[in-house]
Ligand binder design. Structure first.
Ligand code: IMP
Ligand code: MG
Length: 184
């Protein structure tokens, strides 16, 4: 595996900028859900990094659960409207105040599919919190209630976002230089 510095075009969101914004989101969410029974639903795997930092900035009691959706037909380098559930929640969301936590919205198909599924289970409320919004790439409109950053149409990695499953661990969001990345 290559060292990421070999194909790093630029750092788009630094660790400091990201943590500052996540702290703001945490305050906003804490205020909005005060007195409610908040359940954070994280979409594996990319959303985990954002989730754990966000949880530490939310000052009200809340619970968390996880689900996974296959990337088949979904994502930055694919197209199509299919998303398949590969891991379901353990929590009964009936009557709960659910906040979906995701790393990035690209076409919007993943969020759309997850919202559609969760809505059939009658939560009291269902909202969406995303760290990154690639707004130019949207193919289907999705509601975004909490947004970390709007970013340009570039392939990014780090902080949960992978390049073929690697580089999720980097503590910042970086832009990929396609021409310097092996296998492209
Ligand atoms: P959507 O269904 O097209 O909105 O795709 C969202 C999913 O595609 C995200 O959860 C990511 O896993 C993946 N994705 C989209 N853009 C990028 C990117 O720039 N880098 C890494 N993964 C991405
Ligand atoms: Mg993802």
């Amino acid at each position: 595996m290559q060292d990421y510095r070999e194909f790093l075009a630029e750092i788009l969101v630094s660790t400091e900028t990201m943590q500052k914004r996540i702290a703001e989101l945490g305050v906003e969410i804490s205020n909005d859900y005060r007195g409610k029974d908040l359940l954070l639903v994280c979409i594996l795997r990319g959303g985990v990094f954002f989730l754990t930092d966000l949880m530490r900035q939310i000052s009200i009691p809340h619970t968390v659960d996880f689900m996974a959706v296959s990337s088949y037909g979904v994502g930055a380098r694919k197209s199509g409207a299919q998303a398949r559930l590969t891991l379901d929640l353990n929590t009964d969301i009936n009557g709960r105040d659910v906040l979906l936590v995701e790393d990035i919205v690209d076409s919007g198909y993943t969020i759309e599919a997850v919202l559609e599924l969760l809505n059939t289970r009658h939560p009291n409320s269902l909202r969406v919190c995303v760290l990154l919004d690639k707004v130019e790439r949207r193919e289907t409109p999705v509601p975004i209630d909490y947004r970390g950053f709007t970013i340009p149409d570039k392939f990014v990695f780090g902080y949960g976002l992978d390049i073929d499953e690697y580089y999720r661990n980097l503590p910042f969001i970086a832009v990929l230089d396609q021409s310097r990345y092996l296998g492209e």
